[in-house]
Ligand binder design. Sequence first.
Ligand code: 9Z3
Length: 374
Amino acid sequence: MTSQDQQNPNPIASAELDYFQTNPAPKSLKQHLTLARAFIQQHAEEGRKVVLVTSGGTTVPLENQTVRYIDNFSAGTRGATSAEYFLEEGYAVIFLHRQFSLLPFSRHYSHNTRSFLDFMREDEDGRIVVDQEHQSDMIDVYRKYMAAKKDNLLLILSFVTITEYLWELREVAQLMQPLGPRAMFYLAAAVSDFFVPHDRMVEHKIQSSEEFSQQASTEGDEKRPAARTEGKSLIIDLEPVPKFLKALVDGWAPDAMIVSFKLETDPSILVKKAKYALDKYAHHLVIGNLLTTRKWEVVFVSAEEGTKWIRVPRGRRAKSLSGVESLVGQASGQIDEDSPSAHKFVGEPLVEIESLIIPEIAAMHERLLTAGSK
Ligand code: 9Z3
């Protein structure tokens, strides 16, 4: 328990305390924190801004020796793409991602229907080389990747479960405190709202056959395994994940700029929910997005600027190989309308929307830093 845990009498703090006392830390946490500490110290000394980008989905394991778990759709495209644009803006990036989800740079050649081997060919001397067609795209990605590596600008950490995610977020956030307002949190991971608490998780694989299934306890509901078979049905009681987004502002990273994402599927509630999240969590910026249109448009909701839509320009792609393409179409990235777009979006967008999102956020961060130093 940290001294900060002991001091906080408010309900959020006690939910936090309870959560971290009853849901054990991931085994890799210590090693991740050693890496993060050195990374943060280097960039603090070099006067660089540091952003923690979270990315990908969090799992909810049903068994301690996990065979089954609940997951969500996120591939980590938003986070991995954003990390590249933060590097372009001069940030050092801690990329806290779901294991095996998309990574900055390699994302251009992974998780695709085409294998990275399709970008290669064998030359006359029997050596593997990049196919002529892909040379210029790949050299561009390769140079950026190597530049980030050379200056140690990208630290990659991973999580799998919701509990691992929350432990990593809390501990890395606390390590980032010395950066003060030069730290940023960009919370793009798709975080589960519900979970199975450690003390209600069964040890072994849930049995489908009644003969082998664990007996439901005769004690109160709260003592029963959260996931169990009853008759032929699998019953899963999930509990709410305590709301940590406020704790991030109040306790873990009080001076940092915080950008969180709000995901909805119903266009009619998106802006309302994003505004609600802004009021409730007091983040600097909440970015609303809809599942189906998230690559084409997002809405910024902030105390500073109210509501503002960011949209990719409409037009057609010049080519579509690795995600790095030249453009044909109009150049403007923003339209000032106040509701989700009614357009039908097909195929892939003309530009990566993160190329519009990140410079806006970096500018907002600069304004906050300037205002804070007055
Ligand atoms: C997002 O809304 C991200 O933009 C997406 C990106 C997960 C939609 P992909 O990984 O998708 O590119 O496929 N992330 C935040 C979702 C979330 O869990 N938000 C919480 C909430 O809505 C607040 S942190 O309650």
